[in-house]
Design a protein around this ligand. Structure first.
Ligand code: MN
Length: 257
């Protein structure tokens, strides 16, 4: 698995170097300036991995709300760099590709596209479900973690968790079990179904949003989210996630459900 990942990364580096060779000086300067601005916003020391050319199309990779190493030691910087800069970027590139030549879809938000999946042209429903779902899910995921995260939620959210699950400990157990037992790739979700809080797991990049419920928190359990640091120890990654969950962010989503 590691060898496969390294090979894939090495190939991508080679590919970007080849592209760089073909760029004009003006393009190279523009890309460097763009990447430097992004890195400055992230408070990062520049590295060849972090420099991302802008996606071509209406959908763009959102900046991380913190530095790549902000969630160390729970989520390591290298995983963040590849997960955000490569995996999330790839979902966006594929989503952009899906809406090429479909101007009516290009001005719509990814949320809107996911909520109206069945009314989209049939030839792009799969791409929107997978790559649009990937874009939406990851955008939410980055925001739901913070260096100062962890602990337990407060206020109305804490009360709703107690009411729906009995206690925070019991919610955490249910959520962790859903994350652990998701066979293959997928996500564990905490949603508001209109009456109560609920834990669900969904495969692949299927967006809990598309169920019509309010999505409060999601945990990515694709191997790419944890393999570099945790290898096959998904349970340890789930434990680590709870040390960085930004409950203030989740509480704010709950308040606006
Ligand atoms: Mn992911």
């Amino acid at each position: 698995m590691i060898a496969w990942l390294l090979e894939k990364i090495a190939f991508k580096v080679l590919e970007s170097q080849n592209k760089a060779l073909m760029m004009t000086r003006r393009q190279a300067i523009q890309q460097t300036v763009g990447a430097a601005a992004t890195l400055a916003a992230l408070g990062q020391v520049p590295s060849s991995f972090a420099a991302q050319p802008a996606a071509s199309g209406p959908f763009q990779l959102p900046k991380l709300p913190y530095a790549l190493d902000a969630l160390e030691p729970h989520i390591d910087a290298k995983t963040m760099e590849i997960h955000h800069g490569k995996h999330h970027a790839a979902y966006i590139a594929q989503l952009n590709k899906a809406v090429i030549g479909k101007p009516a879809l290009q001005g719509r938000t990814v949320e809107d596209l996911l909520l109206s999946l069945s009314s989209l042209p049939t030839d792009i429903q799969g791409a929107v479900r997978n790559h649009g779902g990937g874009h939406y899910n990851h955008s939410l995921f980055w925001q739901s973690m913070s260096r100062s995260g962890g602990g337990e939620p407060q206020g109305d959210l804490a009360a709703a968790i107690d009411k729906s699950f009995g206690s925070f400990a019991s919610f955490r157990e249910r959520f962790s079990e859903a994350a652990l037992k998701q066979f293959g790739s997928g996500w564990a979700w905490l949603i508001w179904n209109g009456r109560q809080l609920e834990v669900r797991s969904l495969p692949n990049q299927d967006a809990a949003l598309a169920t019509g419920h309010t999505v409060l928190l999601g945990l990515d359990v694709w191997e790419h989210a944890y393999y570099l640091k945790y290898q096959n120890r998904r349970a340890d990654y789930i434990t680590a996630f709870f040390k960085v969950v930004d409950w203030g962010f989740v509480r704010d989503r709950f308040a606006h459900k």
